[in-house]
Design a protein around this ligand. Structure first.
Ligand SMILES: NC(=O)c1ccc[n+]([C@@H]2O[C@H](COP(=O)([O-])OP(=O)(O)OC[C@H]3O[C@@H](n4cnc5c(N)ncnc54)[C@H](OP(=O)(O)O)[C@@H]3O)[C@@H](O)[C@H]2O)c1
Length: 380
């Protein structure tokens, strides 16, 4: 069971409890009474008009049901999908997202209680979880996005406690902090999937990673972990320099070098990229293909749609290029990535940290700034 002292500590200092109308107030008051008065603070997406309409409420602390674990959240971080979600711009398959949905797809914390039948974790374990919580291993099935997408069609991490399906949890080894793990689940493990599952990156490979966003930052770090050489593109010379500090070997400004695909070939002594992390889509695919090496993998990650007409593909057949789209990652892949970070001792770039109370400011900051690295919310 949940420790009453911990829960009361978490609930202490709660601000402006129960925003959301008389009916919601009465319902919540009844639930609090039923839970013996133990409450915790959560953010709900509310009217979904952006960070401004996030609302903090108190809820009674739930007892985990069969197969569930209750996590005391330590850190979360924000991805593009979370911005879409709190602004009603992120599609939800089959149904409507309730305004009580708790957002944020990636986080980490400590198991506080487990329900019947849970064998994967025990109280005290430090954990994170995939956001497609039902995709344990094996190939992708689109059903994964219809059921159990944490922070989308089931409640997410932006709370003092998170009630999650235990089968999605991954234990953290020594050397991987909750803050580091809280950055892995969306963009991070997608880059892992692309490099290590699809393209099987190896020492000496040339990896082209587009842009300087979340996926690309992890793409650079993970590719370097394998001994690859990394080319990164950006609209900003300053960001290219920053990416070099995080491990990139070659930077190409796609604004000042519109034919950057050929520039990749030139900068790699005519070889081109063995692996392309296609983090954009429609606007970049023709140049990405231009920049490939023979037998390259082009992993389609960016959700900016694909071109309506396929671009000119110079040498596509003779180069024997493999293109594959991916959707995030399985629990097994996340576990592999977590273990790799445990061994490497690396930490991802962090742009800025905010307190739990300032979660809306964290969203606003990320919306208004273009920093490299993750925006973190510290829950404890
Ligand atoms: N398939 C999946 O499972 C999956 C998972 C996570 C994310 N995604 C998608 O992957 C994409 C990237 O996600 P993210 O989290 O990294 O986004 P992000 O942090 O918002 O970064 C987007 C980056 O795209 C770069 N960019 C924009 N136009 C570009 C162009 N023409 N050429 C090269 N780079 C360009 C920008 O780089 P500069 O500012 O340096 O120019 C920017 O940093 C998004 O579409 C996201 O929805 C897909």
């Amino acid at each position: 069971m949940v420790s009453r002292r911990n829960v009361l500590t978490a609930a202490a200092g709660a601000t402006g409890a129960l925003i959301g109308g008389k009916a919601a107030l009465a319902e919540a008051a009844e639930q609090v009474a039923q839970s013996g008065g133990e409450t915790y603070r959560v953010y709900e997406i509310g009217e979904q008009k952006g960070p401004e309409t996030l609302r903090m409420v108190e809820r009674p602390v739930p007892a985990p049901g069969p197969g569930q674990a209750l996590i005391k959240v330590v850190s979360t971080s924000i991805n593009a999908r979370d911005h879409g979600l709190i602004s009603n711009r992120f599609p939800i398959p089959r149904g409507r997202r309730p305004d009580t949905r708790i957002p944020i797809s990636e986080g980490a914390g400590v198991v506080a209680a487990v329900g019947d039948g849970v064998t994967q974790v025990q109280v005290g374990d430090r954990v994170t979880a995939t956001h497609f919580s039902s995709w344990i291993k094996g190939p992708w099935d689109p059903e994964q996005s219809y059921i159990g997408d944490i922070g989308n069609n089931i409640d997410g991490w932006l709370a003092e406690m998170a009630l999650l399906p235990a089968h999605a949890l991954v234990k953290l080894p020594e050397g991987v902090s909750e803050e580091t793990a809280a950055t892995f689940v969306s963009s991070g493990v997608t880059a892992w999937h692309a490099l290590y599952e699809v393209a099987r990156v190896k020492p000496g490979d040339i990896v082209l990673s587009l842009g300087t966003g979340g996926v690309s930052s992890f793409g650079v770090q993970l590719a370097k972990m394998s001994g690859a050489k990394v080319v990164v593109t950006s609209s900003s010379d300053a960001k290219l320099e920053a990416m070099k500090k995080h491990g990139a070997d070659i930077g190409i400004n796609y604004r000042t070098t519109p034919d950057w695909g050929q520039a990749v070939i030139d900068a790699t002594d005519g070889h081109g990229a063995d692996i392309v992390l296609e983090n954009v889509g429609r606007r970049t695919l023709d140049q990405s293909l231009t920049g490939t090496a023979v037998n390259a993998y082009v992993v389609l990650i960016g959700t900016d749609r694909l071109p309506e007409q396929l671009p000119k593909m110079p040498g596509f057949y003779m180069k024997n290029i493999t293109m594959k789209a991916i959707s995030n990652a399985s629990v097994e892949m996340l576990n592999d990535m977590v273990q790799a970070y445990g061994v490497s001792g690396l930490t991802p770039p962090i742009a800025k940290r905010f307190s739990f109370e300032d979660a809306a400011k964290a969203f606003e900051y990320q919306r208004e700034h273009d920093d490299i690295g993750k925006v973190i919310i510290q829950h404890t």
